[in-house]
Design a protein around this ligand. Sequence first.
Ligand code: HEM
Length: 508
Amino acid sequence: MESLYGSYRALPASVSIPLSLGLIVVIAIIHNVIGQLVFPDPNRPPVVFHLFPFIGSSVQYGIDPYKFFFDCQAKHGDCFTFILLGKPTTVFLGQKGNDFILNGKHADLNAEEVYGKLTTPVFGKEVVYDCSNERLMDQKRLLKLGLTTDSLRAYVPKFVKEVEDYVKTSPRFKGESGETNITDVMAEVTIYTASGSLLGNEVRSMFDSTFAVLYRHLDDGFQPINFVMPWLPLPQNRRRDHARKVMEGLYSDIIRKRRQEGNQNDETDMIWTLMDSKYKDGTALPDTHVARLLIAILMGGQHNTAASGAWILLNLANKPHLVEEMYQEQLEVLGSPPAPLTWENVQKLTLNGQVIKETLRLHSPIHSILRQVKSPMRVPNTDWLVPPTHTLLASPGLLGRSEAFFPNPMEWNPHRWDKMEPLENAVEDSRKVDYGFGMMPKAVSSPYLPFGAGRHRCVGEHYAYAQLSAIIATFVRLLQLEQIDPKASIPATDYSASFSHDVDKIIR
Ligand code: HEM
């Protein structure tokens, strides 16, 4: 009788392991595609088609989020889900989406679970996203005490002096004319003006040495990968952790010294404001919290301002006639030679303000606002539930690029605001709400929300405007800007960083 058994030979591991892995990937792709095409869940928002399970649409989103959103909106409408590094991320666009996400209840969705991983190793514990939401709201209330109109009045001349000194002394501005890198200039000017005002004289004097290195090392902690794995034992993460400890120590020393010596020169800055503050439950703000909040406003706020400032200079270099127009505005409004730039005088420079406003419309440094869903949320007027396994994503900046609200939206044109209603204030719904840091409009209906809305709304808006206005108005007095190739268009945004920014050069 013939044997029923055949012979076999085991494949060598060098062949069988890749083969098995390849098979697993193919099966996963097939399973994923069939799941999307054959069994779409009618109770969930539509899923953006993707081949690879974990990668999903991460690449398209990462390259150009606005293009990705517009493409998906054309296919699926305002609400859809895409996979971002394994995480189902439900996008809800438009005014309704902004309201749903930015005005959502804290019990339903939160920011700390999304942002905390990235920010806590940089800011430190017990502040911002490493404390309860109620505590964060209280910390924002305290920060606002250092950003009052009186404080801004004290800060504006300091901003101006910093920019003047910078142009005089920086090796980036040698000689009568030359080329310089706008992004680097704005990063430096922003930090010097912020430290010379908000962070106090001691920090400013250290910024030319110790502090600059610490700042750079902390800044390296803002890599997008750290949204997911901030604990990776990478050299930059070790430097980040070390820099945070040293910076906190430096602030604590400054605070101790100030307590001993008192405010002899009647200075105004955020350290003086915070060091004697109390939480609303009556407990004094510990020095560690003061130090960590200062790190937070330096690292969080200044990034946005620097990125916005770079876009302003870049657009002005692209349209140099506007620089001349802005200079003429100063002569017209402030006299010839123009009066010093004070808080009051800066408010009078309409075009100067519109240049900032238009830049924040088109180049908002935050293209995606994320929240972790905590309990199932029904999308209004649909059968769709967004489950707690999802992240929610709002993109108020998309409306700023929408033809429906801003004709020819991709054109950077500060004069579009000449006749436009002040959109961010044009809230028909006059209801106000206080999340713990002051009254603000409850409605989120404006198509122009560069500073967000709801409980996580920015508290740095007026400070950022004062800082950018003073910086730009001073540059306009001191420099003529022009891009190196006058015919070149504005370069594309680099969306790979945590804050959208760009690089180009100017001539003076
Ligand atoms: C052009 C400059 C700036 C822009 C475009 C900007 C934009 C924003 C946006 C969109 C949010 C909302 C984020 C969210 O909902 O998740 C926000 C929050 C915030 N911003 Fe700003 N910001 C700027 C400057 C500043 C500055 C200078 C400071 C501090 C001095 C600051 C402090 C804050 C704080 C404390 C929050 C609250 C975070 C929270 O509640 O979760 N920002 N900012």
